[in-house]
Design a protein around this ligand. Structure first.
Ligand SMILES: [Ca+2]
Ligand SMILES: [Ca+2]
Ligand SMILES: [Ca+2]
Length: 602
């Protein structure tokens, strides 16, 4: 019985992953009330070390790709209050606000899903009695249970019976969780609804009916965040499942992010998919995108799905690395607010530096690549895709401007080589692809900047995938691609120009030795420049000489060695208020210092 259950449950997650990102997804309507920033994480509590439930596959092999830490194993079970308690404490260390237990409401799964939820509640109450503030509890509604409860047949949720089934599992869940533990937005408990792939039919009345019944019983309505596969209905938000594999997604005010994906150990998946974690870089880039977006509610995929290796919880493989990293990423995200900013900007590159302006996506007609051009990382549309891509889509932070007629100055840095041209199309008052006057190259062989003065910007996210503007190389007309660097969008006419930082090459540093890399930057206005290390490991530091030059100093120890290169981000800022800047991100690989190498052969 358990084995059958297990096979079904992993198949459920596999199905969810098939909602690929290939097709542009229309942006959802924003929540009418802008909430505080909230982070939730999917909590898988189906594990039981005592019976090997979810630890061992039907063929007796290891069911997990990643594993709980050895020190956690002895009581790693949904039945143990102490296990839930420890996980909650770890979530607090990661700065997570909401735990989303993955709830299976079908009668066959209740033996663990109900028991485990009761133990989670007990652990919360114990922590609160001890003076802690553990994460509040939201519902991750696993819709696989709807099909299971309907005899394995996807139910029709437009019928009275289907509606009762849909509402019933929600009511069961919230009846088990005391109201003071509910995670709420505007006084309404949060429900993340898994994919629509397990139901035959539904419509708005499915949701309206559930809200009415919920109101009658609990005195409020559920705050439903549906997976994007639920189409043609309105809920309080929408999210995308699969981000641990495909990369972050922001839909309206809801963002989702994950650390990577590896289903190698999952039973019955002969061709496993893997998203390498790149030692945390994939996760960090995801949070970079979230931090520059308008998301106020973020779901992390996942806390502890060890089968598919999407875990950020403590693990044998990663220790507490992802707990610490999550806390850092969340703090950075909370600190970002562009509502009062004079300008937002973006430095395109392998690792874009996004400050309120970000690449909206990188696929479909907006696929783009990066190559070094004249001292900068240059982004350009990838016309080798089929059909060719001619665009780089950008998204403006909604706190800065969203769906408001606005006057802005858009400055685009481009490489001026050749005699062709390029275009800017923006979401304007009169249409989502309003064309700005074309830019003609002068073939100077240098990076230049062009400022568009737009009096009718709107930035309503009405371009593909919620983008607000796009750069076009006009290749379809002039046969020449174009290369782009930084983009600034300002509320007032720019009176200051950003400095230029000469990007150092990727470097190798030897353990036990000091490596020094010269840095230099210049400002077109002659402003003084500050050189800083924006992001990097503890063994790296920047010495700023105060004259636009400096040194990147690398002094790694043996304990710093890891399988991937480190990613370091350098910033050169002028000293105006507000300051403008240039970013350069380089990779540093550590080499072991071979002690015997320098011996001279006689
Ligand atoms: Ca926007
Ligand atoms: Ca062109
Ligand atoms: Ca300047």
């Amino acid at each position: 019985m358990k084995k059958v259950m297990f096979a079904l449950s992993v198949a459920a997650l596999a199905l969810g992953m098939t909602s690929a990102r290939g097709e542009p997804v229309p942006p959802a309507a924003p929540s009418p009330t802008a909430g505080d920033k909230v982070v939730a994480a999917y909590y898988f509590y189906w594990y039981d070390i005592y019976t090997n439930l979810h630890f061992v596959d039907p063929d007796g092999s290891d069911a997990l790709t990643d594993h709980p830490p050895d020190a956690y194993l002895s009581n790693y079970s949904y039945k143990e209050v102490a296990w839930h308690r420890r996980e909650l404490l770890d979530m607090m260390a990661a700065r997570i606000d909401v735990v989303l237990p993955v709830y299976w409401g079908s009668s066959r799964e209740l033996y663990w899903s109900r028991t485990g939820l009761q133990k989670l509640v007990a652990a919360e109450q114990e922590l609160i009695a001890g003076g802690y503030s553990p994460p509040k509890i939201g519902m991750f509604y696993d819709t696989t249970a709807l099909r299971d409860q309907n005899g394995g047949v996807p139910p029709d949720l437009t019928t009275p019976a289907g509606k009762a089934l849909f509402y019933g599992m929600m009511a069961d869940f919230f009846a088990l969780v005391p109201q003071n533990l509910w995670a709420m937005i505007d006084g309404r408990p949060i429900v993340f609804l898994y994919t629509a792939g397990f139901v035959a039919a539904y419509n708005q009345s499915t949701f309206d009916d559930a809200a009415q019944q919920f109101q009658a019983r609990f005195g409020t309505t559920p705050y439903i965040v549906r997976e994007v596969s639920w189409t043609g209905v309105n809920t309080d938000g929408a999210y995308q499942w699969g981000v641990a594999l495909y990369g972050p997604a922001v839909i309206g005010h809801v963002g989702s992010v994950g650390p990577g994906y590896d289903e190698t150990a999952v039973y019955g998946r002969p061709d496993p998919r893997v998203r390498d974690r790149q030692c945390g870089d994939f996760y960090e880039e995801g949070w970079d995108a979230i931090a520059s977006s308008a998301a106020t509610l973020v779901s992390i995929e996942t806390w502890n799905e060890f089968h598919e290796g999407t875990d950020i919880a403590a693990s044998r493989e990663y220790g507490r690395t992802y707990i610490t990293a999550t806390a850092r990423h969340i703090e950075r995200w909370r600190a970002s607010d562009y509502s009062q900013a004079n300008a937002v900007w973006l430095d395109l590159g392998r690792y874009p530096y996004a400050r309120g302006l970000r690449p909206a996506f990188n696929y479909a007609d907006g696929a783009w690549l990066v190559t070094p051009v004249a001292g900068r990382e240059a982004a350009y549309p990838d016309r080798t895709t089929d059909p060719p891509s001619y665009y780089i889509y950008l998204e403006v932070n909604d706190a800065f401007i969203r769906a408001t007629p606005s006057e802005v100055w858009v400055t685009v840095e481009y490489y001026d080589g050749g005699d062709d041209g390029w275009l800017l199309e923006y979401d304007g008052v009169n249409g989502p692809y309003t064309l700005a006057p074309p830019v003609q190259l002068q073939d100077t062989g240098r990076w230049r900047r062009h400022t568009f003065h737009l009096t009718d910007a709107y930035f309503g996210g009405r371009q593909n995938v919620g983008a607000d503007l796009r750069l076009a190389d006009h290749f379809w007309a002039d046969g020449r691609t174009n290369y782009f660097g930084r983009v600034w969008i300002a509320r007032s006419a720019p009176a200051n120009q950003a400095p230029d930082l000469l990007a150092p090459a990727d470097a190798v540093a030897l353990v036990g030795r000091v490596t020094e890399i010269p840095l230099s930057a210049a400002d077109p206005d002659g402003d003084p420049i500050a050189l800083t290390l924006d992001q990097g490991p503890g063994f790296a530091s920047v010495i700023d000489r105060g004259d636009g030059t400096g040194v990147l100093r690398l002094a790694p120890a043996g304990s710093d060695v890891q399988p991937c290169a480190y990613r370091l981000r350098l910033l050169a800022s002028d000293t105006r208020d507000p300051a403008l800047a240039d970013a350069a991100t380089i990779r540093v690989t550590l080499g072991q210092y071979a002690v015997f190498l320098p011996l001279v052969r006689r």
